[in-house]
Design a protein around this ligand. Sequence first.
Ligand code: ATP
Length: 311
Amino acid sequence: MITLRGLTKRFGPATAVDDLTVDILPGRVTGFLGPNGAGKSTTMRMILGLDRPTAGRALVDGRPYRELRHPLHTVGALLDAGAIHPARSGRAHLLATARSNGIPRRRVDEVLALVGLDERAAAKPGRTLSLGMGQRLGIAGALLGDPPVLLFDEPVNGLDPDGVRWIRQLARSLAGQGRTVLVSSHLMSEMQQTADQLVVIGRGRLITDAPVAEVLAGGAAAAVRVRVPQPSGLAALAARLAAEAVTVEADGPDALTVTGLTAERVGDLAYDLGVRLHELTTVAPSLEQAFMALTGGSVEYAANGSPETAR
Ligand SMILES: Nc1ncnc2c1ncn2[C@@H]1O[C@H](COP(=O)(O)OP(=O)(O)OP(=O)(O)O)[C@@H](O)[C@H]1O
C-alpha cells in the first residue's frame, strides 16, 4: 500500500505537487492520470525517496522509502527505461543490481523470462536496446526483489501495440496476485482498459480518486447521435431540439449529437414532427471525455488539442 498525506513539492516558486492525500491500495491497478506536467513523475519520485517532499509524507507499507529495510523487496519501479549503462548488457545490469541487494543469481533468469527477454536480447549492450526491450528490462529490474508494491511511470510510452498489450496484462496479473500497482499515464484510453481505480491530478492537485466505472458514469453525460436523411427533416428536428434546453451539435452533414435527452425522447420528438430517422444511437462517454470534464481548467494546453496529442 502507498499512503500519501498532504504531499507537496515546490521547485522555487512553482508547485509541482500540491497537498496530495491518497491511499493506493493492493490488489488493483491504480491509474495515475494527468496531463503532461501535472506532477505524476514528481509524486512517484517522492514515493521512491528520489525527491524530498517540501511538506507532507509519502509512505510505502507505512514507512518513508529511506527507512525501508529492504527497499528492492518492498517496492519496484520503472521510472526511466533508458537508465542502463550504454556498454553494459541487460543481464549484467540485472546481475549487478541483484548482487548489491543480496538477491540470488537465479532470480535474474526468472525475471528475464517473466518479461520475455531471451538470452540473445539479454546479452545486448544497453545502447543497442530498442525502446520496447528497454521497457522490458526496466520492468525486469522492478520485479527483481519480488516486491508487493510496483510503480510504472508511463510504461506504454512509444511501445508498439503488442508491447502495450503485454504491459496491460502484466499490470493486471501483478494486481491479481494482490500487489499494489500504480501506473501513470497521460493516455486516458489506455487507463480505461488497464486500471480499476483512477487517481487523477491536474497542476499537482487531486481532482478525483474513484473507480474507473464511477468516473465514466459521473464525468460526462451520454450523448445521442441522430442521423436524418432529409435536410429539411434535419433542420426541423434541430429547431425542435433547440427549444428543449439541450446541447445540440452538428455531426457531419446529416447528423446531430444531442446531450441532455435520452434516445427515446429524441425519437419521440422526431416522430411527432414526422421526421424520418436512419440512426438513433446512445454514445457512452469515453474516459477521455470524462477526464476533460473533470480536469477542465487544469489542462493548460487544451487549446492545442487533446492531451493525447500534446506530447
Ligand atoms: N527538478 C525540477 N526542477 C524544476 N521544476 C521541475 C522539476 N521537476 C519537475 N518540475 C516541474 O514540476 C511540474 C510537474 O512535473 P512532472 O514531471 O512531475 O509532471 P508529470 O505529470 O510527470 O508530467 P510528464 O508526463 O510530462 O513528466 C512541471 O511543471 C515540471 O516542469
